[in-house]
Every structure is written in structure tokens, then in C-alpha cells.
Design a protein. Structure first.
Length: 332
């Protein structure tokens, strides 16, 4: 399969690599970096299942979880070259090619998971920045939807109830300038790193901490090498569900519709399960007993928030869009 993936054309057609598929039909290789039992992993499987059940035998989906085919360093390149046809990277992974997507990395953009759907609906200013992103379109990346993981928590070996507790600690970040500034305002150091490397880096002390929703922490066993988690709900991990546009355009119209419908169904399913999967992961961490979870009081959370909002938001207004940032600030 690996050989096939490396030799594939942007069309992802099975058989002799002929453009547009032909008798053998079409295959969507869908690569991602998390485990199958996370909000993204479950949505990817649901997408594959719906395609399998409703799109006929001309289209199939192969899901490759856990960075096993491509990881953070090379998956976006693989999508653009057509080595894979589908991805759902977290917004921060697009920073280099579509910096405006950092809007989703703005700290405290959401107060709770219930706020997410209304802030990022396709017809909102933030939604348009994602769904109609010109940089992605220019690179032949078509946006199908936005999936949630949920809100991020802080983990490290030190207890963290105020920003100054992070002083001198080094946090792994996704490659986003907004995230770097967020941690700098909390007086911490940062190292950008691929998701697949985080567990080892924590275990070996290359980094002191990281930020992620509970499902990502638990499924990577990060809690087994972190003594403290601060439930800060300070930021969002959301996934831009994307498809190689050349491949999509090569599909017969009825298969395009089928992909759109399967994608919509996977997005609905994702929103149904994401919060539950994070709650379950939190319970697993609590039961394991080696990590102390501290839920911030409203006042404590406010101190973290005041250190970064509006400062970091305004700092990135030129990248994200002044109008968009002004509108988001006005909505608060
Ligand atoms: C991370 O790199 O921490 C996350 O974006 C991983 C993921 O895909 O949820």
C-alpha cells in the first residue's frame, strides 16, 4: 500500500493510475495523526462507513490513523501532491500555507464547547475564513467541513493555577505563532513539534508540558508522564476536513454528491461524540490515579485569559484579518 501511495496520481484512481478512475473505481486515502478512538478518528471511520454503505462500489475509503502513513511534517504535502486524497489536520497545522486559519487558535475564542457551533458556522465571519479560504483554494485544497476535538487543557509535572506557574517551563506547541505568543504571555517557553513525537519528548524531559483536549492526552498516554493537568479550557482543537480538489473534480457528479453527504454525516456524528469522548478520557485519567487534575475557578481562568485577550488577538489581527478580529472581539 505504501508503494501504491507513493506512486499514486492526484486522482487516487485504482488500477493503472489512469486519470479519473475508470473501471476499477476510486480510492480515497485518508491519513491522520490520532488514534481511531478520538473525535477525529471516530469521524474518519464514520466517513468511511457511510461511503462504503451509500456510494456504491466505485468509491472506497482507506483510513490510516496514528501518523502511520503520513504525519504532521508531511501530510499536507501528501495531500497537495495527491499521494493521499483526504486529511483533517488541526487548524494550526495550516499556519504556513493559510495563516488566517490561526483564527481558531486564538486563546479563549470559546468559553465552552457549546459556543463552538455558532462561532464557526459556515455563514459567520470566522466560518467564511475557513470554508472560503483563498490560500487553500489556491493550493488545490477543498474544504468539506470542520470537525471538533474540543477545548485544550494544560499538562506538566508542575501544578499550574496561575500564568506565573508556567515560568521556565517548556511547552510543546503545534506550529502556530498565535500559540507561541499565548505561552510567551504566560511566561513559558515553546517548542513546535509533531504530534507523534510528543509522548517521547515528555517522557524524556525534552519538553515539560503540552496543551491538548483530554482525548488526545489519554489516547497518547501523555498523562502517564505528566503529574498535573490544569483544566483551563483555554483554546480549541478543530479539524479542517479537506480533500484534494483535483481528485474531487475528477469524480463523477453522483460520487461528488455522495462524498459531500458522507462528509456532512461524519461532521454531525463528530459533534455528537466529541464532548463525550473527552469526558470519558478524563475519567480514564482520573482512574489511572497518577495525574492530579485541577479545575480552575472562574477567577483563576480569568487571570489566564486577561494575560492574552485582547493582546494576542490584536497582535495577529493583520494575519487573521482586522475586521474578523474586531467582529470576534465585539461578540464577547
Ligand atoms: C496536536 O498536534 O496536538 C493535535 O493537532 C493532534 C490532532 O490531530 O488532534
Amino acid at each position: 500500500l505504501l508503494t501504491l501511495a507513493l506512486g499514486a496520481t492526484a486522482c487516487g484512481a485504482r488500477g493503472a493510475g489512469a486519470d479519473g478512475g475508470g473501471e476499477d473505481g476510486y480510492t480515497i486515502k485518508f491519513s491522520h495523526v490520532v488514534t481511531p478512538d478520538t473525535p477525529k478518528g471516530q469521524a474518519a471511520e464514520r466517513f468511511a462507513k457511510v461511503v462504503d454503505e451509500t456510494c456504491g462500489d466505485q468509491l472506497s475509503v482507506e483510513v490510516y490513523p496514528n501518523s502511520e502513513l503520513y504525519g504532521d511534517e508531511d501530510e499536507l504535502q501528501a495531500l497537495q501532491s495527491g499521494a493521499v486524497q483526504m486529511l483533517a489536520p488541526a487548524s494550526a497545522k495550516f499556519t504556513t500555507i493559510a495563516p488566517q486559519l490561526q483564527v481558531l487558535d486564538l486563546p479563549f475564542l470559546f468559553d465552552s464547547v457549546e459556543d463552538i457551533p455558532k462561532v464557526v458556522a459556515p455563514d459567520t465571519a470566522a466560518g467564511k475564513a475557513i470554508y472560503e479560504n483563498p490560500e487553500l483554494a489556491k493550493r488545490g485544497i477543498k474544504v468539506l467541513g470542520l470537525w471538533d476535538n474540543g477545548l485544550k487543557q494544560l499538562s506538566s509535572d508542575d501544578a499550574m493555577t496561575q500564568p506565573s506557574d508556567l515560568r521556565g517551563l517548556r511547552f510543546r506547541i503545534q506550529p502556530s505563532d498565535v500559540l507561541r505568543s499565548q505561552f510567551e504571555e504566560w511566561s513559558a517557553e515553546t517548542t513546535p513539534m509533531a504530534f507523534a513525537e510528543v509522548y517521547n519528548a515528555l517522557q524524556q524531559g525534552v519538553i515539560d508540558g503540552q496543551e491538548n483536549p483530554y482525548s488526545n492526552i489519554e489516547s497518547q498516554n501523555m498523562h502517564t508522564v505528566q503529574k498535573h493537568i490544569t483544566e483551563s479550557d483555554h483554546g480549541y482543537i478543530g479539524y479542517v476536513h479537506t480533500i484534494n480538489k483535483e481528485f474531487y473534480d475528477s469524480l463523477p457528479a453522483e460520487l461528488q454528491t455522495c462524498v459531500d453527504d458522507a462528509s456532512a454525516e461524519a461532521a454531525t456524528y463528530n459533534r455528537e461524540v466529541a464532548a463525550k469522548l473527552n469526558d470519558e478520557a478524563k475519567q480514564v485519567i482520573e482512574k489511572a490515579g497518577g495525574t492530579e487534575i485541577t479545575e480552575l475557578t472562574d477567577e483563576q481562568r480569568q487571570v489566564f485569559e486577561d494575560a492574552v485577550v485582547p493582546k494576542v488577538w490584536k497582535q495577529y489581527a493583520d494575519v487573521i484579518g482586522q475586521d474578523l478580529v474586531d467582529e470576534l472581539l465585539a461578540q464577547r
